[in-house]
Ligand binder design. Sequence first.
Ligand SMILES: O=P(O)(O)OC[C@H]1O[C@](O)(CO)[C@@H](O)[C@@H]1O
Length: 526
Amino acid sequence: MSWDTYKALTFNFPAVELSLDLSRLGLPEGYIDSQRGAFAKAFAAMDELEKGAIANPDEGRMVGHYWLRDADLAPNEELKTTISSSVEKIKAFAAKVHSGEVKGSNGTFTDVLVIGIGGSALGPQFIAHALGVPSEDKAAIHFFDNTDPEGMDLALNAIGDRLGSTLSLVISKSGGTAETRNGMLEAQKAYSDMGLDFAKHAVAITGVDSKLDKVAVSEGWLERFEMWDWVGGRTSVLCAVGLVAAALQGIDIQALLDGASAMDKVTRAKSIEENPAALLALAWFYATNGKGEKDMVILPYKDRLLLFSRYLQQLIMESLGKEFDLDGNVVNQGIAVYGNKGSTDQHAYVQQLREGVPNFFATFIEVLKDRHGPSIDVEPGITAGDYLQGFLLGTREALGETGRQSITITTPEVSEATVANLIALYERAVGFYATLTNINAYHQPGVEAGKKAAGAAIELAKGIVGALESSKGTAMDAPTIAEKLGKPESTELVYKIALHMAANAKAGISKIDAENWYDAKFLILA
Ligand SMILES: O=P(O)(O)OC[C@H]1O[C@](O)(CO)[C@@H](O)[C@@H]1O
């Protein structure tokens, strides 16, 4: 890359100490100019959104995550007060927990168990991993982010005998998410097995009057923090969803809010070149032909940013992956996101990136500061951190040689400010990209289909137990059970569910193997 091309296509944003290098994207001459009209619309739409327009038309909702870090921007006094008092309430609660004024049955809280999924876990996980220092944190943080029983066992195992000084945060915007409900019930059981009262160790973060909120009220949980319908799950990390856990861990949440606010100010610029979120959205649009034709590979060369790609997966794919545009046309939009960290990835999938199917563009995230404190030389005059940067620069070069596109974001260090900068940068880039592609970034109708089908499988499971119980001692294969349930069309599901039940000896169900696996029979002994 020539120095002049690099300078011409690298954009620096001193206010947030960030630089964005688009020089390895192959942007044709005049491309930015050709997009000015489209971006004028995107800037205008973003202005309207920030003023409180119903930017999520399907759900008739405002989209207010930008107000969370600058309450004065909220469209009315009530919201301004709600937002600021929520932040104050979080800080005050964390202070009481740290001082021991609010404590568990076994004394000052040492651990925090976050129970949530999707946007109610990914943001808190990213922040905890990026900014936590185990030996200094005010609380160790653990997650139930799935309905996998063994995953929960592992988290409980890490907590060990400290459950009596563990604060559980149950986080669900809707308050009705099955995985989170299951996690809550499992946690409740773990506390009660140790003779502890869950309610005295539990905090709810949810919408007012949701199912979860009602449970928290009726059981007299320690505290409740409100979530609002104008904050989407995937953009909720800077409200109570992410801030309570972060504050308890000892992370400076005001610095997070200020970092996001600083990036928000920069990304309100009305000129593409002066706006890093606009440049990022433009880069995505160019690289994917505005149709998601290429995947986005996120490559932070920093262990602390490992979970950023997972966080972005939801932010970008749940926001942009849409069947219809705002006019009802079928568009099947989206950008697939994956990634891990460099240089670890160099020894995993970079081989394919360089030589295999050219269906991606990479985003390198470069962090200038290696560590707090000095580093030893691993070779004369060279540190491990020099190697890390060397691998970033080398991989980027190697990808360029085979015509693979990349973006590079450079930030000075990993801190509250820069982590929040990145979050705010990508939130706004997603918003701009949605306007460029004329889609609603703020709903997720597709998620419902899987939830409904899962519900049907659970109903079927109940039926299978009933069928085997009513014919105790009789072994039946899957087609017979399905027939008995009046659901021959669901034979495959019956087979899969019965296999799982037998593996877990559920309701005493066992399996009699046959030579052909599909002829296995299931029974409950008489
Ligand atoms: O916070 P809730 O309501 O439990 O939802 C969890 C996640 O489920 C989804 O609704 C769908 O995956 C996400 O948008 C959301 O972040």
